[in-house]
Write a protein that binds this ligand. Structure first.
Ligand code: HEM
Length: 396
């Protein structure tokens, strides 16, 4: 294998383009993990197997996504995603408690209430396009409330996250320009918003108010650190749960027998969510950088300085790790998956995501267990984050 060192953008890579609108990209990822293990594509070393990615994620000589600077339309280094080493630990110590299980658990009632209302409205209308009317509104309204951003600006934040995660453009240059434009608007927004928020932080009990009150190393957070945290939170928190929920509702809609099993045995719901998150793998891959040469065994050596595309979605259907991985089995014995990555950069919001997914599906399965999806109208988008962006459903 020969290393190539141009900047890699997973959004325009050949593999992403090959699967971009497939209902089941898992078949392609499965073949990669089974037959290829690792290969250079478009200038990046792609890793497809669970054990290799696990080893890379915990290797001390591997940097996370931030090894080579801003890649989401923002010049600053996003905290904590684009930070490594002791600084990364310092930021996670500050952020982890804000999204810890106990901390998000108190949202249960309000999420359930909102889920009930949204499903009720859709039922009254006889059906809805659930990507917009449920999968977007439920987690995004919840997230804005949690972080302390105004609900009335939901439209602005959705436009921002679309611009940064799903930027328009055919080439890396066009994509970068569109992302930068979306990012610029968010910076402008926060300039005014934070100044105003600082005047009432004693009263507010939300993530932004806590960050404004917080100290790191005995000092309040610098404005640019705060921005580098919020920029990441606003797209990480607003896109991924929406996408995951759309994938899970669609899968259950296409598999009425398994859906009925969940209606009959509600205890199966949590294992089912984990299994479906393994199979659907909404964030397909992430970047890593080898600071030194890394020997993964059996002749696979990653050269120093290499950029690695760690394919979580392929590791999740890797037959050298998971038995019969293309089968969705709610009672699967080996349940470890890479959907939230692993190692130091594992997802900060996984507890919130799991809580929202559980409540959303519980409410849907209780209130509308026989929902019918219009299979011919489904639109899958597998670039950057997998979602079903058109999800018309009949609700009786
Ligand atoms: C089901 C929904 C979600 C999925 C599938 C998901 C997936 C991931 C993945 C794969 C990573 C690793 C990225 C990488 O290293 O390249 C990650 C990191 C991250 N996620 Fe999530 N995520 C989800 C929800 C959320 C939510 C709701 C938040 C909001 C708090 C969030 C915040 C973050 C942050 C801040 C990081 C960076 C962590 C670090 O670098 O230390 N995520 N997520």
């Amino acid at each position: 294998m020969q290393p190539v060192s141009t900047r890699f953008d997973p959004r325009v890579s050949g593999l992403s383009q090959r699967v971009k609108d497939l209902a089941e990209p898992q078949c392609v990822y499965f073949e990669k993990a089974r037959d290829v293990r690792a290969e250079y594509l478009d200038g990046a070393l792609h890793l497809y197997r669970h054990e290799d990615i696990l080893a890379v994620n915990k290797h001390q000589d591997v940097l996370g996504n931030g090894g080579r600077g801003g890649s989401f339309g923002h010049d600053g280094r996003l905290i904590p995603l684009e930070i490594d080493g002791p600084d990364h630990k310092k930021w996670r110590r500050l952020l982890d408690p804000l999204f810890a299980p106990k901390r998000v658990q108190h949202l249960e009632d309000s999420i359930r209430r909102l889920a009930g209302e949204l499903i009720g409205e859709a039922q009254k209308a006889g059906g809805a396009e659930l990507y917009g009317d449920f999968c977007t509104l439920l987690p995004c309204q919840t997230f804005l409330g949690l972080v302390g951003a105004p609900l009335s600006d939901l439209g602005f934040f959705l436009e921002f996250k679309e611009g940064v995660i799903h930027p328009k453009g055919e080439t890396t240059e066009e994509i970068d320009a569109n992302m930068a434009a979306a990012g610029g608007k968010l910076l402008e927004y926060f300039n005014g918003f934070l100044a105003d928020k600082r005047r009432r932080i004693d009263k507010d009990d939300d993530v932004i108010a806590e960050l404004l009150r917080a100290e790191v190393g005995g000092e309040p957070l610098a404005e640019f650190d705060l921005i580098n945290i919020l920029f990441l939170l606003m797209f990480a928190g607003l896109d991924t749960v929406t996408a995951s929920l759309s994938c899970l509702i669609t899968w259950l809609g296409r598999h009425p027998e398994q859906r009925q099993a969940l209606v009959d045995s509600p205890d199966l719901l949590m294992p089912a969510i984990e299994e479906l998150m393994r199979f659907e793998s909404p964030v397909p891959s992430g970047m890593r950088y080898a600071q030194r040469s890394i020997d993964l065994g059996d002749g696979l050596v990653i050269p120093e300085g290499e950029q690695i595309n760690a394919f979580w979605a392929a590791a999740n259907v890797d037959p050298t790790y998971h038995s019969d991985p293309l089968r969705v089995d709610f009672r699967r014995e080996r349940t470890a998956h890479m959907t939230f990555a692993s190692g130091v950069h594992r997802c900060l919001g996984s507890h919130l995501a799991r809580l929202e997914l559980r409540i959303a599906l519980q409410e849907l399965l209780i209130r509308a267990p026989q929902y019918e999806i219009d299979v011919d109208a489904l639109t899958y988008d597998n670039i950057a984050v997998r979602a079903v962006t058109n999800l018309p459903v009949v609700l009786r």
